[in-house]
Design a protein. Structure first.
Length: 293
């Protein structure tokens, strides 16, 4: 299959490596400035890009350029995979969300982590009690991965129940599971999602590539009669890179290229728009208790 890539930065080259590994072909790169690296055609002209006859398009360019190029690419009718986040504002994609929902897939590769699938299966048992989230990155950049994971894991929809400024809010699900969301952009702390179940077992993603499960306390030491305890890990698992690719990227591209039978893990335009709207409402402190995401 011939794949055209729009962009020539780090992520575009990551996608090129994955496509080659899957025995497909990158037929052309489209970018602002023409450079002479490698043997693949590189053009700055849209019509020349299309003359290479791509069967699918991957867009991996800066956020402020994405929506303009995406609108153009949609008109080709070809399947499109676009890097997140797809726009600076929810309003920027309102016109295309429903009409092109299934033509466009959005690159939230962390959905494909085995650690995330493990947690999703455990949540399905109905024993989840609460969730704590710490985001130390920009909500419209790396932080949007975390918001997407929350919406992906809780298909029963999520509401903002209460908010204290721009740094903390309480979300809730249809099943009344409380989600405490703490947002401290650029803070010196690891991004974290912690799931506490009714039996006391804790599943922790910290960072998101590492899943640690705690099921008991380990006595650490005793000082002046005061006992100090620390949670004891039952097991620990690391989301590993596949063939030296970014975690989750290989499975994501496989899913994308399976046009007619994509899995329910794939993020479509509608789901990506919900992430944008949630991020905007949190940052702007504009929300309604009747709005779900």
């Amino acid at each position: 299959m011939r794949i055209g890539i729009i962009g020539y930065g780090r992520m575009a080259k990551e996608y090129e490596k994955v496509i080659n590994c899957l025995d497909h072909k990158v037929c052309c790169f489209l970018r602002k400035r023409k450079v002479y690296e490698g043997t693949l055609p590189i053009t700055t002209h849209w019509n020349k890009f299309l003359k290479e006859k791509p069967e699918a398009i991957i867009i991996a360019i800066p956020i402020n350029e994405t929506i303009k190029i995406l609108n153009k690419a949609i008109q080709t009718g070809l399947p499109i995979l676009v890097e997140k986040p797809i726009a600076n504002s929810f309003k920027d994609i309102l016109d295309i969300v429903e009409k092109y929902e299934n033509q466009v897939m959005v690159g939230y590769n962390r959905r494909y982590y085995k650690t995330v699938e493990n947690i999703k299966i455990t949540i399905a048992t109905g024993k989840l009690a609460s969730v704590f989230v710490n985001i130390s990155e920009g909500l419209l950049y790396s932080g949007c991965h975390i918001l997407d994971l929350l919406l992906y894991l809780f298909k029963d929809k999520v509401w903002i129940k209460d908010q204290v400024g721009k740094h903390a809010c309480l979300l809730t699900t249809n099943n009344k599971i409380p989600i405490l969301l703490q947002i401290n952009e650029n803070a010196f702390s690891n991004t974290e999602i912690r799931f506490t179940f009714k039996d006391g077992i804790v599943y922790q993603l910290k960072p998101i590539e590492i899943l640690t499960v705690y099921n008991s306390f380990l006595k650490v030491k005793e000082i002046n009669g005061n006992r100090q305890y620390s949670p004891e890990a039952a097991f620990y698992t690391l989301e590993r890179m596949q063939n030296k690719f970014k975690c989750g990227l290989l499975e994501q591209v496989k899913d994308f290229l399976n046009f007619k039978n994509r899995s329910n893990i794939a993020c479509n335009l509608n789901q990506a728009s919900r992430v944008l709207r949630l991020a905007e409402d949190i940052k702007g402190e504009q929300w309604s208790g009747n709005r779900y995401y």
